[in-house]
Design a protein around this ligand. Structure first.
Ligand code: GTP
Length: 339
């Protein structure tokens, strides 16, 4: 049996991930050399969901190879393109006609998780919820929307941007994890063709009007990461490498070093480094805790540690790239540049 269809939010500006998103749509940025969007789709497939609609606000052409690859894996993917900025709720409304079924999953496409979607669907049905929101504890919730719940997980309120340092889990308050189940009819409340937000308009409106909106606190041990910033994106690569996502991505299915990369025998590439297609790593170069996106050249005796290097960049001989460096596409760095 096929599970509910999924709407995957894959648009927006991706400003926090700049400069890496200059030239590549955020959902197609690779995680260990595979498009990051493949991870939520693998999770959905594992839980019986094989129909997905991507809500895209960029050109569709870069998505085509991804869509065909997903088809081979058993997921049928349709794309719904926005011709103007519609926001999270507007994008779902725009895509609704392409999704079958009365219950829909909706995902922020930049969330990496191994959440048990079958258990979440059971929770949604048992409570006869119209909307269920996955709720996640994070150490510092200041960049997220908090959700306050009452008995049996019924959502009482949404709180935007709490003061820094306040611990979500300690206060019994969790954040909106960007993964939802909803009755299709909920989208009747979204105005067509206009910008609107799930987090600020649709969900708070449903709670105010007394609809059964529930929060599903993710079970302890669930992996969850919002990969919307360069630091988190690097972390996501390292976590995938360390096997944290092995429940959804089988070991051995990912290539840490692309087969088309050329690595000099005297270069040292650590087990925590990812080397993309057509990269070249020169003699004596060292790469650790870093991601080299496609066609990066790391010159002789260069050292790259804790960095994200954008596609087509060239690091000259003896260049040292400091931790937390993020270089955009086609950067040129020589030993005399300051990075
Ligand atoms: P920042 O500019 O860095 O905040 O990134 P963003 O624009 O992606 O915003 P944010 O991370 O808050 O978005 C949450 C999710 O919704 C992500 O998966 C986005 O891809 C997606 N998203 C945000 N706005 C839109 C939109 O207008 N259309 C579509 N289709 N998706 C959106």
């Amino acid at each position: 049996m096929r599970g509910p269809a999924a709407l995957i939010l894959s648009g927006g500006k991706g400003t926090r991930l700049r400069p890496l998103t200059l030239g590549t749509p955020k959902p197609l940025l690779p995680l260990v050399n595979a498009p990051s969007l493949g991870f939520p789709l693998a999770l959905l497939r594992k839980h019986g969901c094989r129909d997905a609609v991507l809500c895209v606000s960029d050109e569709l052409a870069p998505y085509r190879p991804f869509v065909s690859a997903q088809k081979k894996l058993g997921t049928s993917v349709l794309c719904s393109r926005e011709t103007r900025e519609l926001g999270t709720a507007g994008a779902m409304k725009n895509a609704e006609r392409l999704a079958q079924g009365e219950t829909l999953f909706a995902f922020n496409g930049d969330i990496l998780t191994d959440l048990d979607l079958t258990a979440m669907l059971r929770f949604h049905r048992e409570r006869r919820a119209r909307i269920t929101i996955a709720l996640v504890p994070v150490p510092d919730p200041k960049h997220y929307g908090l959700v306050r719940t009452g008995p049996r997980g019924r959502v009482r309120a949404f709180i935007e941007k709490p003061p820094s340092g306040r611990s979500a889990s300690a206060k019994g308050v969790l954040i909106n994890g960007g993964i939802y189940l909803m009755d299709r009819a909920v989208l009747d409340r979204v105005p067509a063709g206009r910008n609107s937000s799930v987090e600020r308009e649709l969900f708070p409106g449903c709670v105010r009007d007394g609809l059964p909106v529930f929060g599903y606190a993710v079970p302890r041990g669930t992996y969850w990461l919002d990969i919307g910033t360069p630091e988190k994106y690097l972390q996501a690569n390292l976590d995938v490498l360390s096997g944290r996502l092995k429940k959804i991505v089988p070991a051995g299915s990912l290539r840490r070093i692309s087969p088309s990369a050329s690595i000099h025998p005297l270069a040292r590439v650590g087990p925590d480094a990812v080397v993309g297609p057509f990269c070249r790593v020169g003699a004596g170069a060292e790469v650790r805790r870093s991601v080299l996106l496609r066609r990066v050249t790391a010159g002789k005796d260069s050292v790259v540690e804790g960095a994200m290097i954008g596609p087509g960049s060239v690091l000259g001989d003896a260049v040292r790239v400091r931790p937390f460096t993020v270089l955009g596409p086609r950067s040129r760095v020589t030993a005399f540049s300051r990075v």
